[in-house]
Design a protein around this ligand. Structure first.
Ligand SMILES: CCC(=O)SCCNC(=O)CCNC(=O)[C@H](O)C(C)(C)COP(=O)(O)OP(=O)(O)OC[C@H]1O[C@@H](n2cnc3c(N)ncnc32)[C@H](O)[C@@H]1OP(=O)(O)O
Length: 311
């Protein structure tokens, strides 16, 4: 009886929180920039579409794990303008996927992403357009990182410039043998603008971030593991080994974190994200709200009934 009453209370508070709680506010803030910051999403989308080429493809699987592929092999998977718009649309599709649990972000044809398409960059090299592109990509990548699923960037080949920034918009990074992550911005007379510097500092600390950006250092898997930029290293399987693809290995790695019921996996991401992004009191209130969505839920009741032991 008491348990039921507590659960009713928590469910009530968690359902009200979905509209006005700290978590909902965090999601509403998913976009860093809006019209308040003079960002006209429609206008910038139109401008970006004028630089076509390649695609960003999304495959949603029944397992609850989706695969997002940066696909422009003839330009080493550089981001054309239309691919930036594609990315934003794929993020919107993921936001409305109720059963999502995990996401693998990869590049096509054996390499990750060589940053923004330099021919588009040359055409919009004036400061106004640069700022708009920067705000558009920060919005899209912030929403990617805040998805209620566990994401991993599968880095094969090279992740350069904006490609390196994209890896930091995932929860984890897996580096294939022989791969390199390099923030080449300084060599281009730039700094990251897609949010990559702010996220990098949170991942590797400010000292390491300063070294990576200031020296435009090449991060191989060994250095990646050492400084915490990489969460794991995968050997690229040789075709004759017949042991599955690199993507299958990444799915296997990710499944350790995405096994279980979707609402529980989503709740895990939400409490970690709010702990990372919100002030402590707000994060604690969010944790209470999220707790209320899983307490007494199907997965919780099943675990209680099975009298599971955690030896
Ligand atoms: C947000 C800030 C940014 O992202 S600024 C952009 C940072 N990225 C770069 O500067 C990458 C420049 N590219 C390179 O360093 C090399 O092409 C890398 C990626 C190392 C590959 O070298 P390599 O294996 O020798 O191949 P390659 O140079 O022949 O390239 C194959 C074709 O791809 C193209 N490509 C490559 N990267 C880009 C890019 N970012 N934008 C536009 N095109 C790119 C190359 O131009 C080349 O094309 P093509 O075969 O000559 O027509």
């Amino acid at each position: 009886m008491v348990l039921c009453a507590v659960r009713r209370h928590l469910l009530k508070s968690s359902s009200s929180s979905s509209s006005c709680g700290a978590w909902a506010r965090l999601l509403q803030r998913g976009c860093v920039y809006s019209s308040v910051h003079c960002l006209d999403q429609g206008e910038i989308r139109e401008k970006l579409q004028a630089f076509p080429g390649g695609s960003v493809d999304l495959l949603k699987q029944e397992s609850g794990i989706a695969v997002l592929t940066i696909n422009y092999p003839s330009r080493m998977n550089a981001f054309s303008g239309s691919m930036m718009v594609d990315l934003e649309e794929r993020v919107s599709q993921l936001e409305s996927w109720i059963d999502c649990k995990g996401l693998i972000v990869q590049g096509a044809s054996g390499t990750f992403c060589s940053g923004s398409d330099l021919s588009a960059v040359r055409a919009i090299s004036n400061p106004q357009d640069g700022m708009k592109m920067c705000m558009f990509m920060q919005n899209a990548l912030t929403r990617l990182l805040r998805l209620p699923l566990i994401s991993v960037a599968l880095v094969e080949g090279r992740a350069l410039g904006g490609g390196a920034e994209l890896t930091t918009a995932c929860d984890f990074r897996l580096m294939a043998s022989g791969s390199v992550i390099q923030f080449v911005h300084k060599h281009m007379g730039l700094v990251p603008g897609w949010g990559g510097a702010a996220r990098l500092v949170r991942i590797v600390g400010s000292q390491n971030a300063l070294k990576l950006l200031g020296g435009a250092l090449k991060v191989d898997p060994e250095l990646g593991l050492q400084i915490g930029l990489a969460d794991g290293v995968l050997e690229v399987p040789r075709a004759e080994e017949g042991v599955g693809t690199l993507l299958q290995r990444a799915e296997n790695w990710l499944s350790h974190y995405t096994n279980g019921a979707a609402p529980v996996v989503q709740a895990v991401k939400k409490v970690v994200l709010s702990g990372r992004e919100l002030p402590l009191s707000e994060a604690l209130r969010t944790e209470k709200d999220v707790f209320g969505t899983v307490w007494g839920g199907p997965a919780n009741l099943q675990a209680l009934a099975s009298k599971s032991k955690h030896r």
